[in-house]
Design a protein around this ligand. Structure first.
Ligand code: ZN
Length: 326
């Protein structure tokens, strides 16, 4: 696979892996920034923009790279600020030109002769994931929902990493129902023996500069805490008072319409099953559908769009508390 090396300076290497080319000959690439430390330590992967409308990932990567001193690092960190470049350029979840494989986070490990999204996932697994011992995938609610800090686990292997994210990341969520067994990056990484976590924080409602900066800080400080936990960098490991482990599933609408947010619809709120969350109304204000909490739980993500198309959009998620760890 063709690799373009842009520069190497002070233990930091900036490269691009060429996946395909545009009509003008310019390459469509996966950018990779590798920070090499000394000594024997793990290789941590940090990946952003699997979904192109989730810019929290690259912003966090750039700050992590800037703050990371290779002379104080044991092991290696492989950063991929933007995995899905065509999706980022379009500012969409997936590559809008890829009619068959829109969502990259459902088709790992991809394939070498499939669509551009398939090929990108495949190149990532072959040439980049193979250089990582463990992986953090940074996600957010993108254009659709807004998420509170939540570590998503895909199996038990990621629990140690998830608990190492530090004080703001006390919510740990395991996907159940439609979320169980999806072919996302971290699930596939864990099948090849590499523990991983998915981070969810932010989304379109958090794009005011100050909120966005705070969310990026939360991601950066969490990943730095993971590096301290695995003794890749010196410093005290911080931890929350407790971890709340939940099982979550997305809640979807059936009717399209304008959303009226009910008082129960509040991020991080504990709600009882049956609590009204959202009422979908038509253009005259007539009620089309009432969405209530399907079970007791904590609201992990709220709608970020005050109107929705018909049928099955993921509008929020609620985590059912499984256990509290101290
Ligand atoms: Zn995402």
């Amino acid at each position: 696979m063709e690799t373009i090396t842009h520069r190497k300076e002070g233990g930091k290497t900036y490269e691009s892996l060429v996946i395909s080319r545009r009509v003008d000959g310019s390459p469509i690439t996966i950018p990779v920034i590798t920070v090499e430390g000394g000594g024997k330590g793990p290789s941590l992967g940090v990946v952003g923009c699997v979904h192109g409308d989730e810019q929290e990932g690259p912003a966090a990567v750039f700050r992590l790279v800037e703050r990371l001193d290779p002379r104080r690092l044991v092991g290696r960190v492989v950063f991929v600020p933007v995995l899905n470049l065509p999706a980022l350029e379009a500012r969409k979840r997936g590559n809008p030109l890829d009619d068959w494989d829109y969502d990259m986070n459902r088709l790992y490990p991809g394939g070498p002769s499939g669509s551009l999204t398939q090929r990108t996932a495949h190149a990532f697994c072959e040439a980049i994931l193979s250089r990582m011992d463990m992986v953090v995938a940074i996600h957010s609610g993108g254009s659709n929902i807004y998420c509170v800090e939540r570590v998503i686990l895909h199996g038990d292997a990621g629990m140690e990493m998830g608990k190492a994210m530090g004080p703001r990341w006390e919510l740990i969520a395991k996907g159940v129902g439609e979320r169980a067994g999806i072919a996302d990056m971290v699930t596939i990484a864990e099948r090849s023996g590499k523990p991983g976590i998915t981070l969810e924080l932010g989304g379109v409602s958090g794009r005011l500069p100050e909120t966005f900066r705070q969310n990026v800080t939360s991601i950066v400080e969490g990943i730095e805490n993971v590096m301290r936990y695995f003794k890749m960098v010196p410093g005290e490991v911080k931890r929350p008072r407790e971890w709340i482990v939940t099982a979550y599933e997305p809640i979807r609408n059936t009717q399209g319409g304008i959303l009226i947010f009910e008082e129960g619809c509040e991020l991080k709120k504990h709600v009882k099953g049956g609590t009204p969350l959202v009422t979908m109304v038509d253009v005259f204000g007539n009620v089309l559908e009432r969405i209530t909490a399907p079970y007791d739980g904590i609201i992990l993500a709220v709608p970020a769009q005050p109107s929705l198309p018909s049928g099955g959009a993921q509008i929020m998620s609620i985590g059912k508390v499984q256990e509290v760890l101290t």
